[in-house]
Every structure is written in structure tokens, then in C-alpha cells.
Ligand binder design. Structure first.
Ligand SMILES: Nc1nc2c(ncn2[C@@H]2O[C@H](COP(=O)(O)OP(=O)(O)OP(=O)(O)O)[C@@H](O)[C@H]2O)c(=O)[nH]1
Ligand SMILES: [Mg+2]
Length: 257
């Protein structure tokens, strides 16, 4: 391993994990912006062998910057698998904190210092589109409706006090990830974020939400698909039903003398 960032005061050594699939138009820009916005953090691009050469571009950045690293994965396995591999990479190298961030510019690296500042007093920080002070720029109304309804459903079905359970701009302490028992994670796409919100809530770790400015991607193509939305709906419903059962049993036992 090359050089490593000095670490963020009050937070420790930070690794920003950026999963990529066909993000050749975006990857250099987003990595450069992260390095400018938070010079003490390291970056890991987790690329699933993108046909458009994203991995090669990331290698070129890593060759000239000891704080940029690349994890080459053999093929497209979904966002969740790429993040789990990135978290494992961070754990093996003794990082204290990992950050999730999209490569497409939707998550502004300039918001990162505010998220890291919040991590001083939290285990999980969610960059939220749906708390006061947040902004969503250039999203078509269909995406707005999908996100608002999806979040409402997740909040009610899973009983979580989280406004943006589907958002993917987050900070996790490694200690929180350990407490969350990620061995059980089964999501492939989008529902990965909801699944981790649920595990964090169930583990009882400190979750805070910080407003962000979310901007619709300007370059490259979205990997969102009806299948990914269907997976999220199906999984939230299944978790919601499963989570309800032990609660009922517990209440029953409490009343039992
Ligand atoms: N490594 C890896 N990265 C992925 C995969 N699918 C998506 N990504 C990355 O995950 C991030 C989010 O994907 P997007 O396509 O922007 O999905 P989205 O943000 O839900 O959808 P849009 O709002 O349409 O952009 C981007 O950085 C993608 O390149 C995958 O299978 N493997
Ligand atoms: Mg996106």
C-alpha cells in the first residue's frame, strides 16, 4: 500500500468507497473533487470490470496519488457486493470509518466535510435528501415520487426513524458495521441501503441524518432498473413482516407472568 491520509480529526482514518460500473465520464472528476474537499481521506474505487475502461482510468489516478486505490472485481455483481468488498478492504487495512458515495456526481464531495463532522458524535451518518436544509436538483418528478414513496414505505414497514433510508451517501464507523452483522446481507441492488439502515437501527447504533444537495447525474447512464425497484419492494415487505413477529412475541411474553 502507498501513502495514507493523515486521518480526520475526531473521526480517525477514513476510506471513501466509490463503486463504479461504466463511469468513465465521471470517475476522474469525482475522485479529484473528493481529494480537494477532504484531503485527509483515502479513496477506493471498487470497479466491476467496467467495459468502458473506468478501471483503467482509476488505475492511472492511483499511480500518481498514493491516497487513491482501486479494487478490481471480475464482473458486474451489483452495488451491494461492491460495497461489501470495499468495507472488507477497509477493515483489513485498519480504517476507522468508511464512506459510501456514488461516482455519478449525485453526491457532492463538497458535502463530505459536514458528514464527517457529524460522525464525531455518531456511528452512522446518512446524507439525507429529505430533511430540512436538503436540496434535490434536476430530478424528474417520477424519481422524486419514487424516492418519497419508497422512503415512506420503508419507514412505516420497518419502523425506522430515518427519512432517507434509500440514500447512498453515508458514513459508517467500522465498529458499527461489526455490530450490524453484515454476514446476513442479501441485497444486490438499491435495497442494500435500506438493508443497512435496518441493520443499523436494529443494532442500536447512533444514526444521524445530515442534509445534502443531491444532483441528478449529468453524464453516463443510470443503472437503476425496474428489477432493482422490485427487489427493494419485495425485500422491505419481507423484512417488515419478519421484524413484526418477534416484537409481538416479546410483547406477549412481557404480559405473561
Ligand atoms: N461496482 C459496481 N458499481 C455499480 C454497480 N451498479 C451501479 N454501480 C455504481 O453505483 C453508483 C450508483 O449507481 P447509479 O446508476 O447512479 O444508480 P442510482 O444513483 O440509483 O440511479 P440514478 O439516479 O439513475 O443515477 C454509481 O457509482 C454506479 O456506477 C455494480 O453492479 N457494480
Ligand atoms: Mg446515481
Amino acid at each position: 500500500m502507498g501513502e495514507s491520509g493523515a486521518g480526520q480529526p475526531g473521526v480517525g482514518r477514513v476510506l471513501v468507497v466509490i463503486p463504479t460500473y461504466d463511469e468513465a465520464d465521471n470517475v476522474a472528476d469525482v475522485v479529484a473533487r473528493v481529494r480537494r474537499a477532504a484531503p485527509a481521506v483515502d479513496v477506493l474505487v471498487a470497479d466491476d470490470n467496467s467495459p468502458d475502461g473506468t478501471g483503467v482510468l482509476a488505475d492511472a489516478m492511483a499511480a500518481t496519488d498514493g491516497q487513491v486505490h482501486v479494487l478490481h472485481r471480475p464482473g458486474k455483481e451489483g452495488l451491494g457486493a461492491a460495497y461489501l468488498a470495499g468495507f472488507g478492504w477497509a477493515r483489513q487495512r485498519g480504517y476507522d470509518v468508511v464512506v459510501e458515495m456514488d461516482a455519478d456526481g449525485s453526491h457532492a464531495p463538497e458535502d463530505l466535510p459536514a458528514l464527517l463532522a457529524a460522525a464525531r458524535d455518531a456511528d452512522v451518518v446518512i446524507g439525507s435528501r429529505w430533511v430540512g436544509g436538503a436540496r434535490v436538483v434536476n430530478w424528474p418528478w417520477r424519481r422524486l415520487v419514487l424516492s418519497r414513496c419508497g422512503n415512506l414505505y420503508a419507514r412505516v414497514a420497518l419502523g425506522m426513524p430515518v427519512s432517507d433510508a434509500t440514500g447512498g451517501f453515508r458514513v459508517y464507523r467500522l465498529s458499527a458495521l461489526r455490530a450490524m452483522r453484515l454476514e446476513s446481507v442479501c441485497s444486490q441492488g438499491y435495497s442494500f441501503q435500506v438493508e443497512l439502515s435496518r441493520l443499523a437501527h436494529r443494532a442500536g447504533v447512533r444514526i444521524v441524518e445530515v442534509p445534502i444537495t443531491f444532483v441528478e447525474r449529468e453524464r453516463g447512464s443510470s443503472k437503476m432498473s425496474p428489477l432493482i425497484v422490485a427487489e427493494a419492494l419485495w425485500r422491505i415487505t419481507t423484512w417488515g413482516l419478519r421484524d413484526r413477529r418477534p416484537g409481538r412475541w416479546r410483547r406477549g411474553h412481557d404480559r405473561w407472568p
